[in-house]
Design a protein around this ligand. Structure first.
Ligand code: PAF
Length: 297
């Protein structure tokens, strides 16, 4: 177990956080806790960025009620600050910002919300109405509280990253947003705090998400096939539907510049995005591929 002295300092109030870190001096990693190696990769990336400018790393841990729907896992979302501080020990984190709900929303759920627009209603947003408005609202608050030079997000939540980048541009928020590649288990499963909901058989079945991404890539790269988006999509979908423990929510191929679905004429880099329920866990994954002109008609 790491020594208590290696653990980051914990700050719970907005005033104390602002006093400790002047604007523009930090690299922020916003999280909801339940930290795993994927978060550690974000923290290590933030530490490298902060090191370039003499800044410090702040990790926020806050399970934001605004981004959970009424039937979602807010109550049972894993919370273990002690374990999270152990995970962060030795990774160069100056402080963990860990406010409670009253500190963040003293007058009850925020009346003012950031709205995520058209893309916020698609994919994750279609399955989780209001999720992205709640997520953007808390991220805007965290950026306003911490005022970091840079904030680091995981590419695993590709739609979230897309929307945060757009919010920062649209609202002239003076923080740079950086995305970090997804960290995967040896069998391909993207690391996620929600993986801990999986039983043994479900954990094996959950491999189908990354297997579907691999099938999409293989189809797109096969010169004997016409690699139009719909064929690529069908190949990936077949992998998920063949797994009885997995229920597909959506599988889309989007233009990374707009996050809108591509049509069959699209050529260039596209992103495959997948959500599926495996047992009690709703899992997401995504990856890029290249749609090239086909060799056969
Ligand atoms: O990705 C998450 O953990 C959350 O959506 C975030 C960005 C910390 C906002 O609550």
């Amino acid at each position: 177990m790491p020594a208590a002295s290696d653990r980051p300092e914990v700050i719970t109030s907005i005033a104390a956080l602002r006093e400790r870190f002047p604007a523009g001096t930090t690299a922020l990693v916003p999280t909801m806790g339940a930290l795993h190696a994927g978060h550690v990769a974000l923290v290590d990336h933030a530490a490298a960025l902060a090191g370039e400018t003499g800044g410090e790393v702040v990790v926020s841990i806050f399970v934001n009620p605004l981004q959970f729907g009424p039937n979602e896992d807010l109550a049972r979302y894993p919370r273990d600050l002690d374990a999270d501080l152990d995970t962060l020990a030795g990774h160069g984190v100056a402080a963990v910002f860990h406010p409670d709900v009253e500190e963040m929303y003293p007058a009850g759920p925020s009346q003012t919300r950031v709205t995520a627009g058209e893309v916020g209603g698609l994919w994750e947003g279609a399955s989780r109405p209001g999720h992205f408005d709640g997520m953007l609202t808390v991220v805007a608050k965290l950026l306003g509280i911490v005022r970091p030079a840079v904030a680091v997000f995981g590419q695993k939540d590709a739609q979230q990253l897309f929307l945060v980048e757009r919010m920062v541009r649209d609202l002239d928020i003076p923080s740079r947003i950086v995305g970090v590649d997804t960290v995967r288990a040896d069998d391909g499963l993207a690391l996620s705090s929600r993986n801990r909901y999986l039983g043994d058989d479900e954990r094996i079945a959950a491999r189908v998400l990354s297997a579907a991404l691999a099938a999409a890539r293989a189809t797109a790269a096969d010169p004997a096939l016409r690699p139009a988006a719909s064929a690529v999509r069908a190949a990936a979908e077949a992998v998920i539907t063949a797994e009885p423990l997995a229920a597909l929510d959506y599988l889309g191929i989007v233009d990374p510049a707009t996050f809108l679905p591509v049509d069959d004429d699209f050529r260039g880099e596209a992103r495959v995005i997948i959500a599926a329920k495996v047992g009690p866990a709703r899992l997401i994954d995504n990856g890029t591929l290249e749609l090239r002109p086909g060799t056969t008609a």
